[in-house]
Design a protein around this ligand. Structure first.
Ligand code: DGL
Length: 282
């Protein structure tokens, strides 16, 4: 018994981690699905909260921050990186796939799943200004949504509210009502949550738009995609003697206030976690 415990501890330490990053806490919506689907994996989550939000920043800034975090995750032995941020994915994923020799899994607005469920061909997309302006998003919509009435809604300020854990504040609800009003006025029957921070606002959005409208959140699909990629490349920790695999550990880092991250984590996921500061040089 003690031998098994000792060896599983060693293998847990030796297992290369999956790196996940976002401008802040939004990527936690993806992380929770990864923890459920791939419980044996070690994970390093980096919140770049000290530089959030990304959605109103220039592409060159987003690339610079994403590169610094990616290289930090690689220095920690990451075997795959999940860019749990639509804004960063739109800016850099293709370049990073060429530049670094590991798999990158990104997240982008769920246009295809939305087309599969819309009945009136009218879809609203809530995303950051940077995502909506990106070449990658333009290509995505041209490829799949040329016959669809797509209404893009940038949502300045909304990610900041989630970042602060203020899901039900007067300001959050006012912003949501303002952004959703223009989508509802155009009769959307489906709304794509094109920013990982907005996943945490599903209940508040539902209260405003009612039960009939489809909300499309890609968080689970990203975790499933990661699982497929790890299995295909034969680097998953869950394969083989799954029953004997040790449970993976998740480590959290923030470039912003560690206390704020902990508080927001408590609001969003009711979890009390240890957060390390990302080195000041990063
Ligand atoms: N969570 C990020 C996304 O999915 C961006 C939020 C922000 O930093 O503006 O786009």
């Amino acid at each position: 018994m003690s031998l098994f415990t000792a060896s599983s501890k060693v293998s847990a330490q030796a297992k290369p981690p999956i790196g996940i990053f976002d401008s802040g806490v939004g990527g936690l919506s993806v992380l929770q699905h990864i923890q459920q689907l791939s419980p044996s994996e070690n994970i390093i989550y980096v919140a770049d909260s000290g530089h959030a939000p990304y959605g109103c920043k220039a592409e060159v800034f987003i690339e610079q921050r994403s590169r610094i975090i990616t290289e930090y995750l690689l220095s920690q032995g990451a075997k795959a990186i999940v860019i749990a941020c639509n804004t960063a994915t739109a800016s850099i994923i293709e370049r990073f796939r060429q530049d670094y020799g590991i798999p990158f899994i990104g997240v982008e607005p769920g246009i295809k799943p939305a087309i599969a469920v819309t009945k009136n061909n009218t879809i609203g997309v809530m995303a950051t200004a940077a995502t909506l302006a990106s070449e990658r998003y333009q290509e995505l919509t041209q490829r799949y949504a040329s016959d669809v009435n797509l209404i893009n809604q940038s949502c300045p300020g909304l990610a900041d509210q989630v970042e602060a854990g203020l899901l039900d504040s007067h300001e959050t609800i006012t912003l949501l009502k303002q952004y959703l009003a223009s989508l509802l006025a155009q009769q959307v029957d489906t709304i794509v949550l094109g920013c990982t921070h907005y996943s945490f606002l599903q209940a508040q959005i539902r209260n405003i738009v009612g039960q009939e409208i489809h909300l499309v959140d890609p968080s689970l699909a990203i975790a499933e995609q990661l699982e497929r990629v790890l299995l295909q490349l034969d680097v998953a920790s869950d394969t083989g003697q799954a029953l004997h695999e040790s449970k993976g550990q998740t480590s959290y880092y923030s470039s912003g206030s560690v206390k704020d991250f902990q508080n927001t984590m408590m609001h969003l996921l009711k979890q009390n976690i240890v957060v390390e500061p990302l080195s000041h040089t990063l």
